[in-house]
Design a protein around this ligand. Structure first.
Ligand code: C5P
Length: 237
């Protein structure tokens, strides 16, 4: 696999464990900077949904890798700042966010063949004026020469609490205890897998957001980015 080369277009890599707030922070950063957004976790989730729909075993590595090369995923932003996700033309936005899809995604994300099949698709998201890339291996593998790499984290208790609140707001009722267990299991699987384990890149800035507000996290990252490149004046975050 050839390493990712220094992009003419700046890339901001945001990696970290489940529930650290990467999704929210990345979306706000992409709006504030006016940059494109890659939600790489959603790609793994959509692939998991596609596999379950075609009754493919989540252990069928060859089948999954083939499927990864075939699925057509589209992210469409609407005027209100919402986002729709389409799988082969069908709307899967809500299904993508379920714990079932997240769990299945983390199972198939263990396989190097599956990860390899998604590399180019992810790199194709780089487009001017810039890209905010949210995931687990954005800084360590997909965009090794990113302009700035941030490893965003928070304590497991805080991450479970945030996920719980987020799901509750969507009317999804899950117990906090069950969620904490799921998060711990997913963390362990993501951190211990042989390929692209969840670790900060050597040159990543680690940001523990446990006691920070969302705007504080966004501001801190924009400040760090501003130390490296000229960025547009502050807009709405
Ligand atoms: O971030 P999100 O919860 O949507 O990711 C779902 C799962 O997909 C993660 O638990 C992880 O196993 C996998 N993933 C990954 N590499 C990425 C993004 C997500 O392995 N870049």
């Amino acid at each position: 696999m050839t390493p990712h080369k220094t992009p003419a277009v700046p890339v901001l890599a945001i990696d970290g464990p489940s529930g650290a707030g990467k999704g929210t922070i990345s979306r706000l950063l992409s709006r504030r900077l006016g940059w494109h957004l890659l939600d790489s976790g959603a790609l793994y989730r959509v692939l998991a949904i596609a596999a379950m729909r075609s009754r493919l075993s989540l252990e069928d590595i060859d089948g999954l890798a083939r499927l990864a090369g075939e699925v057509r995923v589209r992210f469409v932003s609407d005027e209100a700042g919402g986002e729709r996700i389409e799988l082969d033309g069908e709307l899967v936005t809500d299904e993508v966010r379920t714990e079932r899809a997240g769990d299945a995604a983390s199972r198939l994300a263990r396989f190097p063949e599956v990860r390899d099949a998604l590399v180019q698709l992810q790199r194709d998201f780089v487009r001017a004026p810039g890209l905010v890339a949210d995931g687990r291996d954005m800084g360590t593998r997909i965009f090794t020469d990113a302009t700035l790499k941030v490893f965003l984290t928070a304590t497991p208790e805080e991450r479970a609490r945030r996920r719980h609140k987020q799901l509750k707001e969507k009317g999804i009722d899950v117990s906090l205890a069950a969620l904490s267990r799921d998060i711990a299991e997913r963390d362990a699987r993501d951190a211990q897998r042989a390929v692209a384990p969840l670790v900060p890149a050597d040159d990543a800035k680690v940001l523990d957001s446990t006691v920070m507000s969302i705007p504080q996290v966004v501001d801190r990252i924009v400040d760090w980015l501003g130390e490296r490149i000229d960025i547009p004046p502050v807009g709405q975050a």
